[in-house]
Design a protein around this ligand. Structure first.
Ligand code: ASP
Length: 454
C-alpha cells in the first residue's frame, strides 16, 4: 500500500485534479490520498490558505467578509464545474464555510485555525467526490473521526504518538481514503493546524501508521535538486538521499518537504519519494535510511537567510560552572529557541532565527547577560545567512572542509561562523546575507561541476 500526498499546485485547478486522478488510477496500491488546499495556479495567484487567512483577519476586524468569502467559494466552484461535479458538493462546501464563520471568535488562534483548515478539508471532500464520479470509489475521512490527535495549547502543535494506532485502521478500508492534510484535533476536540506546508506531516504520519510500502509526496518538481535551481543553472538532480540528508537540507531552505514531515516516516523506516504531478513518469527522488556514499560524499548545498547571532565573551568563561545554562535560561525566558552554539574558550555565539527577536527582547537579553552573567562583551548581529553543505559521505572524506573554505575565500567573502554538526552529515557556514548567493554558486561549482567532482 502507498500513501500519496498531493501539494497545493497539484489540486489548484480542475485540470490538476484530473492529473491526480490519473496518477491514483494508474496504481491500485495508492489507497490513501492526502491533499493540500488548492494552491497557486500561476505565479501571482493566491493560495486558498492565504485567502482563508485574509478572510479570518477581515472577520476578526469586524469588517464585512463577503468579498473574501466569495473569493474562496469561487475557487472551489471553478474546480467543481471543471470536474463536471453537480451542485451538491458546492452546497456542502458553502455550508461548511458558513458554519466555520459562525463559531466563537473569542479565541483568535482557534478561530483562525478553524478557517485555515477548511482549505484542505473541502479540498479532500471535492477530490473524493471526483474520484467516485469517475469510477474510483473514494471516501473523505476527517482527522477527528480517524483519530489524528495533536498537542493542546499552549504547546507547539505536534502529533501525539497514540494517533498511530488510531490511524492504522485506515489500512483496512476497501475504498480509497481521501484525507485532508494540515490539521488534527486535541484530545479535547479542538482543531489545530500545523505550520504552513504541514500537509506533508499528515501524509507522513499516515504512511507510518498504516505501515505503507512507500510515502509518495507529489509536488511540482521532478526531483530534489542539489542546489536551488533559482540560483544555480540546471543543478544536479538527486536520485537518492538519506532522511538525515533531507533533514539537513530542508533546515536551510529546501522547501520541497516540510522539515517535520520526515520524522514519522523515518521512525518506521518508510521510504519517501518526491514526485511530480505534472510529470509522474519521472522517477523522482527517493529518501531512505541508507545510501551508498562511495560515489558522492556531498549530496546538496542549501542556503537560508534570516539568522542572527548573539555574541557573548567573558574572561575565564570556560571555568565558570553553569554559565551556558544561565545564558540559555535567559533565552528561554524570552521564548527563544537556538540553532547552533559555536564556542571558544572565553566566548560563544548563539545563532538564532531572527524572527524571534524584537528590539525590546534584544535590549532585555543584552542587559541581563551584562548584569546577571557579568559578561565582558555582549552584542547581537542580524542579517546572517547559513550555508549548509550536506552529505553522508563527508565524515570520512579528507580535505572537504579545506575545499569548501577555499571556495568561499575565492568569493572574497568572510566566514562569520563554521559549525560541523556532531553527526558530520553537514558543515554549516554562517556568512553575511549579502554574500549568500555568490558563496552558494562557488560551492556548487567546487563540489558539483569542477574537474574534481566527487
Ligand atoms: N495549505 C497549507 C499551506 O499553504 C498547508 C499545505 O499546503 O501543506 O501552507
Amino acid at each position: 500500500m502507498k500513501v500519496c500526498k498531493f501539494g497545493g499546485t497539484s489540486v489548484a485547478s480542475a485540470q490538476q485534479i484530473k492529473k491526480v486522478a490519473g496518477i491514483v488510477r494508474s496504481d491500485p496500491s495508492r489507497k490513501i490520498v492526502v491533499v493540500s488546499a488548492p494552491g497557486k495556479r500561476f505565479d501571482e495567484d493566491l493560495k486558498v490558505t492565504d485567502l482563508l487567512i485574509i478572510l479570518s483577519e477581515t472577520v476578526l476586524s469586524n469588517k464585512d467578509p463577503q468579498e473574501q468569502l466569495t473569493q474562496v467559494i469561487t475557487r472551489y466552484k471553478e474546480i467543481a464545474e471543471g470536474l463536471g461535479l453537480g451542485t451538491e458538493i458546492m452546497d456542502v462546501i458553502q455550508k461548511d464555510l458558513q458554519n466555520r464563520l459562525a463559531v466563537d471568535k473569542g479565541n483568535v488562534e482557534r478561530f483562525t485555525d478553524i478557517l485555515k483548515a477548511s482549505g484542505e478539508d473541502n479540498s479532500a471532500k471535492l477530490v473524493a467526490a471526483y474520484l467516485t464520479s469517475i469510477g474510483l470509489p473514494a471516501k473523505y475521512i476527517n482527522p477527528k473521526e480517524a483519530g489524528l490527535l495533536v498537542t493542546s495549547y499552549p504547546n507547539r502543535v505536534q502529533v501525539l504518538p497514540e494517533s498511530n494506532s488510531h490511524l492504522s485502521s485506515l489500512r483496512e478500508k476497501a475504498s480509497i481514503t481521501v484525507f485532508p492534510g494540515y490539521f488534527g484535533y486535541t484530545k479535547e476536540g479542538v482543531l489545530r493546524t500545523f505550520e504552513r506546508g504541514g500537509s506533508d506531516i499528515t501524509g507522513s504520519i499516515l504512511a507510518a501508521s498504516v505501515n505503507a510500502e512507500l510515502y509518495e509526496n507529489f509536488t511540482d518538481v521532478d526531483c530534489v535538486f542539489a542546489a536551488n535551481p533559482k540560483i544555480v543553472d540546471n543543478p544536479v538532480e538527486i536520485d537518492i538521499m538519506t532522511y538525515r540528508e533531507m533533514r539537513e537540507l530542508s533546515y536551510a531552505g529546501f522547501a520541497v518537504l516540510h522539515d517535520e514531515a520526515l520524522m514519522p516516516a523515518f521512525k518506521e523506516s518508510i521510504p519517501v519519494c518526491i514526485k511530480n504531478t505534472n510529470n509522474p513518469i519521472a522517477t523522482g527522488t527517493m529518501i531512505v535510511a541508507k545510501r551508498d556514499v562511495a560515489l558522492r560524499p556531498v549530496t546538496g548545498i542549501s542556503a537560508d537567510s534570516g539568522f542572527s547571532t548573539l555574541y557573548v565573551s567573558k574572561y575565564l568563561m570556560n571555568r565558570e560552572i553553569g554559565f551556558g545554562r544561565k545564558l540559555l535560561q535567559i533565552l528561554e525566558d524570552e521564548g527563544i529557541s537556538y540553532e547552533h552554539i559555536p564556542s571558544g574558550i572565553d566566548d560563544l555565539s548563539v545563532i538564532l532565527r531572527s524572527h524571534q527577536l524584537t528590539t525590546d527582547k534584544e535590549t532585555r537579553i543584552i542587559h541581563r547577560i551584562t548584569t546577571e552573567l557579568e559578561a565582558d562583551d555582549v552584542h547581537i548581529r542580524n542579517d546572517l545567512s547559513m550555508i549548509v553543505l550536506v552529505g553522508e559521505g563527508m565524515n570520512n572524506t579528507t580535505g572537504l572542509a579545506a575545499r569548501a573554505t577555499a571556495a568561499i575565500s575565492r568569493t572574497g567573502a568572510n566566514i562569520e561562523m563554521i559549525n560541523q554538526g556532531s553527526s558530520e552529515v553537514s558543515l554549516v557556514f554562517g556568512v553575511l546575507k549579502q554574500d549568500e548567493t555568490k558563496i552558494l554558486k562557488e560551492l556548487y561549482c567546487e563540489f558539483f561541476t569542477s574537474a574534481l567532482v566527487l
